[in-house]
Ligand binder design. Structure first.
Ligand SMILES: Nc1nc2c(ncn2[C@@H]2O[C@H](COP(=O)(O)OP(=O)(O)OP(=O)(O)O)[C@@H](O)[C@H]2O)c(=O)[nH]1
Length: 337
């Protein structure tokens, strides 16, 4: 789905919002002043229009943020997890609650002060009510300044989250240089999109093959978990909600710089961490002899294994078929849950 936070409008801070409202109020008042009306009526109308305009600019601006912000609990679990990690779901909801409180109160005061102005006996009294109204609106905005700042920061953090499609999804894992991006490109074609992902500078690479989504997550599923801080771990765990199966890639040649033992130990960590089916691709078989391949087969006999060469195109069709089948099965069983 499209990133649900992209629609939140830019958040104006109290001074900026007030300035915008006052400017608009002044413009409306100027138009009013041109009208040929008796002076008391005219000044009261000028003040009332100012109040109504200022009130609606402020209330509508706040309301728009509430309307455009997604209901976090209704979002797919992955996005909920992201909000929790990046900003905190409770704080996010509480801050939007403050917007609602302020917007409703400004609307209520607008009506109250418009009435007071209409009942005023002199232009001075009408002006005094308008000033009082402006003061109260300013103080309401000042009161929710922390929440406005919070939503502004949350918006910045959340609006660049990647957009994923609701499709059976494969996450590729394995140490650097084992051939993950070569496989992604070979299976999904050249059009690999790079999406931002917080917690990693490299972004997530997304490709599609026949309505299956494939993610390569450099920096996340490519090194041992003990090297991770809490936030990174949470970000990795969030992939549980996004992926239906994991394709773990092993470099049989060890040219990637990691021994088979190291690679298998990462595989074990990932299979314990994710409650997802794992398909194992033993890659770079073009670089090893039969004897070594037999040894590796033996070491990995408990897994569903496909031996491939991403570079030479060996067994890629078979890999594709198995991945599609398993991803669809797992996706359907998740839907049933
Ligand atoms: N001989 C051979 N080389 C391969 C094979 N697959 C990948 N390579 C080479 O291995 C190197 C690393 O491949 P990548 O696809 O960039 O590896 P990666 O796992 O995506 O690496 P990171 O992006 O660092 O995580 C490249 O030079 C590839 O050309 C293969 O099956 N055989």
């Amino acid at each position: 789905m499209e990133n649900p936070f992209k629609k939140i409008p830019t958040i104006l801070m109290p001074d900026e919002l007030m300035e915008k409202a006052l400017r608009r109020g002044e413009k409306v008042a100027n138009e009013m002043r041109q009208k040929p009306l008796p002076s008391l009526i005219k000044s009261k109308m000028v003040e009332e229009h100012k109040v109504r305009t200022i009130g609606s600019v402020v209330a509508d601006n706040l309301q728009k943020v509430i309307d455009k912000a997604p209901a976090v609990r209704k979002l797919p679990k992955f996005y909920q997890e992201m909000v929790e990690i990046l900003v905190g779901i409770d704080e996010f909801k509480k801050s939007l609650g403050a917007f609602k409180w302020a917007s409703d109160l400004v609307k209520k005061l607008t009506n109250e002060y418009a009435k007071k102005i209409r009942r005023s006996r002199t232009p001075q009294q009408a002006a005094k009510f308008r000033k009082e109204f402006v003061g109260r609106v300013k103080s309401i905005l000042k009161q929710i300044h922390p929440e406005m700042a919070f939503i502004a920061v949350a918006r910045e953090k959340l609006k660049d989250l990647p957009t994923f499609k609701d499709l059976p999804t494969i996450a590729i894992a394995g140490y650097p240089n084992v051939g993950k991006s070569t496989i992604l490109k070979a299976l999904t074609g050249a059009d690999v999109e790079i999406n931002n992902y917080p917690f990693t500078t490299k972004g997530i690479n997304v490709g599609y093959m026949d309505n299956i989504q494939m993610l390569d997550t450099p920096g996340l599923l490519d090194r041992p978990l003990y090297e991770r801080n809490d936030i990174e771990l949470q970000a990795i765990l969030a992939l549980n909600y996004l992926a239906d199966i994991i394709l773990f890639v092993i470099d049989a040649s060890e040219y990637c710089g990691y021994s088979l033992d190291e690679q298998i130990s990462l595989l074990k960590e990932i299979s314990e961490l994710f409650k997802l089916p794992i398909i194992l691709a033993i890659n770079k078989i073009d670089l090893i002899d039969k004897e070594r391949l037999n040894k590796i087969r033996d070491m990995l006999k408990n897994y569903e294994v496909i031996e491939i060469s991403a570079d030479k195109g060996i067994n890629l069709d078979k890999l594709k078929e198995i991945l599609k089948k398993r991803a669809i099965e797992s996706y359907k069983s998740k839907l049933r849950c």
